[in-house]
Design a protein around this ligand. Structure first.
Ligand code: ADP
Ligand code: MG
Length: 363
C-alpha cells in the first residue's frame, strides 16, 4: 500500500446507499446475492438505504451526522457517487466531510470508477457480477487512498465536483442517448457508440488548457475572486467571461468529433480511455478527436479503447495531453455536455483539478 494510507478501524460501520433503478434495475438483488455475505464475513456493520429518487442521496449526505459512519458506500453507477460527492462538498464542513472514505459497488450500467479501481489493483479485467465481487473484497480490505476531484464551472455560475469525466461531443451524446438502453447493462455504451457512428457529426467550438507540464512552473491566476460557494478556490481559472490566462495553450482546431477530459482509467466497464491515469496523479487526461476522422477510424479507435491501446495507434486526428485546467466554449447552439456521465448545463464550461481532495477505498 502507498505511504501513509490509513486502514479502517474494526469493527467498522458503512452507510450503503443503493439506487434500485440503476443498471438493469437489479441493484438490490445483486447486493443481497453477492455483497451482503462478504461484508458479514468481514465483520463489517452497515446500514442500507435505498434511494427513493434523484438527489435523495445528495440531500442525505448533506445533512447527516458523518461521525456515525466509517465510510459511505455507493451501490449504483457513477451517477449516484456524483450526487454524494457534491452533497459532501455542499456542507459547511466540506473540508472535513469530503475526507469521509467513499466506496463503490458497481450496480449501475455506467461503472467506470469501479472498473478503474479494479484496474489500478493490477487485476485481470472482469465485468458485471465478477467486478461487483471484486469491489466487495476491496471494501473489506478497507485501504483508503486519496482521490483527485475536478471543480467544474458553467456559464450560469454553477459549480460542481467531478471524480470521473467531463465530456462534449460524441462521448457525451452516447452517455445520454444510451440511457434508454440501460436494461442491457454496461453494453449500453457499445450499442450507443454504434448508433452514434451512423449519425456522426462535427461539434464546433474553442478548446484551451493549462498543460500539466507548464514550463513556467506552478502558477495561479486567482482572478475567480471570492466565491460564495463552498470548496477550495479555483486558483488556476480566470472568470468564464474573460479570456483564458495568456500562458494557456489554445487549440487552433475548432471542429471536433469529441472532447473528453477523464481522470480515471476507465470511461465504462470495458472502455479504458486513459490507461495511464491514477487516483491521485493531480491531472486530467485530455483526449480530443478532430473533425475529418472517418467512421471506420473512429470505430477502430473505440475498439482499441477496449484494450486501452487507442492512444498508441498514431491516428492523426487524435490528441492526448495531460492538463491541470481547461476551458471549452461550444459554438454549436445546441448540444450535450456531461460531467461523470450526468447531463449538465450546455454552454461554456471550465474545470481545474484539485489533487487528493477526497478519499476512496481502493487497492
Ligand atoms: P446507471 O449507471 O445505471 O446510470 P447511476 O448511478 O448513474 O446508474 O444512476 C442514474 C441516475 O439515477 C443518476 O442521475 C442518479 O442521480 C439517479 N437516481 C438515484 N437514485 C434514484 C432513484 N431512486 N430513482 C431514480 N433515479 C435515481
Ligand atoms: Mg449513470
Amino acid at each position: 500500500a502507498p505511504r501513509g494510507v490509513p486502514k479502517m478501524r474494526r469493527p467498522c460501520t458503512f452507510l450503503v446507499l443503493l439506487n434500485p433503478q440503476s443498471g438493469k434495475g437489479q441493484a438490490h438483488t445483486l447486493f443481497t446475492r453477492h455483497v451482503q455475505g462478504i461484508l458479514q464475513e468481514a465483520g463489517i456493520l452497515y446500514t442500507l438505504i435505498i434511494t427513493e429518487c434523484q438527489n435523495h442521496a445528495r440531500e442525505l449526505v448533506r445533512e447527516t451526522d458523518l461521525s456515525q459512519w466509517d465510510a459511505l458506500v455507493i451501490m449504483s453507477g457513477d451517477g449516484l457517487l456524483f450526487e454524494v460527492v457534491n452533497g459532501l462538498m455542499e456542507r459547511e464542513d466540506w473540508e472535513e466531510a469530503i475526507k469521509t472514505p467513499l466506496g463503490i459497488l458497481p450496480g449501475g450500467s455506467g461503472n467506470a470508477l469501479a472498473a478503474s479501481i479494479h484496474h489500478y489493483a493490477g487485476l485481470q479485467p472482469v465485468t458485471s457480477e465478477e467486478l461487483l465481487v471484486s469491489c466487495g473484497f476491496t471494501l473489506c480490505k478497507g485501504l483508503v487512498s486519496r482521490l483527485d476531484l475536478s471543480s467544474v464551472r458553467t456559464a450560469s455560475g454553477q459549480r460542481m465536483f467531478s471524480f470521473l469525466s467531463l465530456a462534449w461531443g460524441f462521448v457525451a451524446d452516447v452517455d445520454i442517448e444510451s440511457e434508454k438502453y440501460r436494461r442491457v447493462g454496461a453494453a449500453r455504451f457499445t450499442l450507443g457508440t454504434l448508433v452514434r457512428l451512423a449519425s456522426l457529426r462535427v461539434y464546433r467550438g474553442k478548446l484551451a488548457y493549462l498543460p500539466a507540464q507548464d514550463p513556467r512552473g506552478p502558477s495561479s491566476t486567482s482572478a475567480q475572486g471570492p466565491s460564495p460557494q463552498r470548496g477550495p478556490p479555483d486558483s488556476l481559472l480566470a472568470p468564464l467571461d474573460s479570456p483564458v490566462p495568456a500562458h494557456w495553450t489554445v487549440v487552433t482546431d475548432e471542429d471536433f468529433v469529441l472532447v473528453l477530459a477523464v481522470y480515471q482509467s476507465h470511461l465504462a466497464e470495458d472502455l479504458i480511455a486513459a490507461p495511464a491515469s491514477q487516483l491521485e496523479d493531480g491531472v486530467m487526461h485530455l483526449i480530443y478527436v478532430k473533425a475529418g476522422i472517418s467512421r471506420t477510424a473512429l470505430l477502430r479507435l473505440f475498439l482499441a479503447m477496449e484494450k486501452g491501446t487507442h492512444l498508441g495507434t498514431g491516428c492523426p486526428h487524435v490528441e492526448y495531453v495531460k492538463v491541470r485546467a481547461l476551458r471549452l466554449e461550444p459554438h454549436s447552439p445546441k448540444g450535450t455536455i456531461t460531467v461523470d456521465g450526468e447531463l449538465v448545463e450546455y454552454g461554456p464550461v471550465q474545470a481545474q483539478i484539485h489533487g487528493s481532495l477526497a478519499r476512496l477505498i481502493a487497492g
